[in-house]
Design a protein around this ligand. Structure first.
Ligand SMILES: [Zn+2]
Length: 299
């Protein structure tokens, strides 16, 4: 979700995208979109959409599960492929990886990302170019060509939809979730996320804490925690907090044992070991968890 500075690689990405686009020319882009009844019912959802389910019923996770744990990794970093993925695979856990299509590893390690998807992990949308607002404090690192203050909301939404086409070419999937780069929701001062209503099963849009009330959670505005430089014990404490609430914890990691905003290899392994040994926590892809929530609400 947070910063990175990507080297330009559109010379490679664009031909692939155009290729992907022509491959699926027979299927209109709209067929790649996921129909989200909640979002579709509120096309102007600049305010929080009102859930249509019965909030008087108590929410239940699948049998034997007391809380959901989503492990997510933003920005398509080398350390995720080198450290996090092997740790997850060895433990038999699945996670979600949010790829900005212009990230260097999409150029250099595309087969590795295909292998990640083949193992059952989710490839999530993190936009084409990871645009963030350069005008905000501490945003000197944002390049002028990737400044969300200089692109229109309609252009940004179009790019994010195109990232779905590229991800479809990688993993063959059509349902997708989105993590908003830098949590910046305004393009040229206009909200762009309402333009994507109906394109995603769910979106992560803000930094928050443990989700304690699954009944009222707006799955188009899900909060995450973004741990860096913390201990394994601290990560496990957050999982237990979600368990006590019967809710959910969404971890959004960046580097693991390297790269930016990193957690150590050891702290990450400690969390993975805890989750593997405690299956009462439902550790799986964010999209599976959100599709479950949708299904419960549709009952
Ligand atoms: Zn990011």
């Amino acid at each position: 979700m947070h910063h990175d500075s990507y080297r330009p690689l559109c010379w490679l990405a664009l031909p692939l995208l155009l290729c992907a686009q022509s491959l699926f020319a027979a299927a209109p882009l709209a067929t790649l979109a996921v129909t989200n009844p909640i979002a579709a019912a509120t096309p102007d959802n600049s305010a929080a959409p009102v859930a249509k389910h019965d909030t008087t019923k108590s929410f239940r996770w699948p049998a034997g599960k007391i809380a959901a744990v989503s492990l997510a990794y933003d920005d398509a970093l080398n350390s995720q492929l080198d450290v996090a993925v092997p740790q997850l695979n060895k433990a038999g856990l699945t996670a979600s990886f949010y790829l900005p299509i212009a990230a260097p590893t999409l150029q250099t390690r595309q087969d590795d990302w295909r292998a990640v998807a083949a193992k059952g992990h989710e490839l999530g949308n993190h936009s084409l170019f990871h645009q963030c607002r350069k005008s905000l404090p501490g945003r000197d690192w944002v390049s002028v060509t990737r400044d969300l203050d200089t692109i229109s909301a309609a252009e940004m939404a179009e790019q994010v939809r195109l990232a779905n086409v590229f991800l479809h070419a990688l993993d063959g999937k059509t349902a997708r979730t989105y993590t908003v780069p830098c949590t910046d929701a305004l393009a040229q001062g206009q909200p762009y996320l309402p333009l994507l209503a109906g394109d995603f099963v769910a979106m992560k849009t803000q930094v928050g804490g443990v989700i304690s009330d699954m009944q009222t959670l707006d799955i188009q505005q899900v909060p995450v925690v973004t741990p860096s430089n913390v201990s394994g014990d601290a990560l496990i404490a957050m999982v237990k907090q979600a368990g006590a609430a019967g809710g959910m914890i969404n971890f959004t990691f960046h580097g693991v044992g390297g790269d930016h905003l990193a957690v150590s290899r050891e702290a990450h392994q400690q969390l993975i070991d805890f989750l593997a040994a405690n299956p009462q926590y439902w550790t799986t892809t964010f999209i599976e968890q959100m599709q479950y929530v949708q299904a419960v609400r549709a009952e």
